[in-house]
Ligand binder design. Structure first.
Ligand code: BJW
Ligand code: ZN
Length: 255
């Protein structure tokens, strides 16, 4: 890895505008399970089966059980050295944006931990797939902070909207749903104007998020990939660092 690490350091030092596109792998060292792979299954359901509006309409109790389990788990997790290193990079460097597919809020927590306050920070992420810690009404779109514990005993005990009494759902983007247009435009604009894209811990299987690094490449920018496995983006990477994100990013972005 040492030679590639040197290449990656040189790319980072020479870049003026940088985007970091992250996925579930960056939170793996915090104890948050990834979606795909042997560790990624929950009660033998695949995310494609549970993370859909159709699954919620058919069986909201099972879908809420999964999200409730994940909320409780994430509440016990903390940002790891990889989140903190990216937050440092964004605070120290004038033009860095963190774009995440993750809904776990760990980049946001890292931003406040590194900056020491909760106001606007350049280390706050652009969250493409929403936040697991917010609820959204399935009928009127009202949003509110989510309860940390969900009672899935019956439909009537599931979270309900204060405004219209319909079922609340997690404020995340499910398969087949469109991503927020403003957020997505911003992510693509930043990626297109970046000289360098760090792609960290994503299988790069889910679109349109997986196309964001391609926008940097398409405009003549370079990619650094940090992943314990190869992905469809690996052949396009100027440097592929094949090791856990926490180890690589602390070497690449020292304190
Ligand atoms: C480590 C590590 C360590 C582990 N260090 N690395 C174009 C082509 C084909 C299909 C489509 C397309 N455009 C749209 C689609 C359809 C669909 C899609 O992409 N399907 C594909 C699966 C084929 N996309 C959508 O439906 C999207 N909507 C949309 O496009 O609307 C317009 C439209 C509608 C209808 C038709 C056509 C267009 C919405 C996608 C929403 C995804 N939502 C989820 C759930 C969010 C809520 C929740 O959390 O429950 O988002 S699915 C899930 O996957 C989650 C993730 O953000 C996303 C990506 O997963 P990620 O982060 O890459 O995780 P893993 O587990 O896959 O990978 C982990 C990686 O980490 C691995 O590589 C490991 O090796 C690595 N790793 N430890 C470094 N320590
Ligand atoms: Zn409502």
């Amino acid at each position: 890895m040492n030679e590639t690490l040197e290449q990656a350091r040189a790319l980072l030092e020479n870049a003026r505008r940088i985007v970091a596109v992250t996925g579930a792998g960056i939170s793996a060292e915090s104890g948050v399970p990834t979606f795909r792979g042997p560790e990624g299954l929950w009660k033998s359901h695949r995310p494609e089966e549970l993370a859909t509006a159709a699954a919620f309409a058919r069986d909201p109790q099972t879908v809420w059980e999964w999200y409730g389990w994940r909320r409780e788990l994430i509440a016990t997790c903390s940002p790891n050295p990889a989140h903190l290193a990216l937050a440092r990079l964004a605070l120290d460097h004038p033009e860095v944006a963190i774009i995440t597919q993750n809904v776990d809020g760990l980049h946001t927590r890292a931003a406040t931990e590194e900056a020491g306050h909760v106001d606007f920070s350049p280390a706050l992420p652009i969250e493409l797939h929403g936040s697991i810690n917010r609820d959204r009404c399935s009928a009127c779109d009202a949003r509110r902070p989510g309860s940390p514990v969900i009672d899935v005993t019956s439909i009537d005990t599931l979270p309900q909207c204060d405004r219209c009494s319909a079922l609340m759902r997690p404020d995340v983007v499910w398969f087949g749903e469109v991503l927020n247009e403003v957020i997505l435009d911003r992510a693509f604009r930043l990626a297109r104007s970046a000289d360098l894209c760090l792609v960290v811990g994503t299988s790069a299987l889910v679109h349109p998020a997986a196309s964001v690094p391609l926008a940097t490449l398409g405009n003549g920018g370079k990619l650094i990939e940090i992943n314990i496995q190869e992905t469809s983006l690996t052949p396009y990477a100027s440097a592929q660092l094949n090791a856990p994100a926490g180890i690589v990013l602390t070497k690449l972005i020292p304190e």
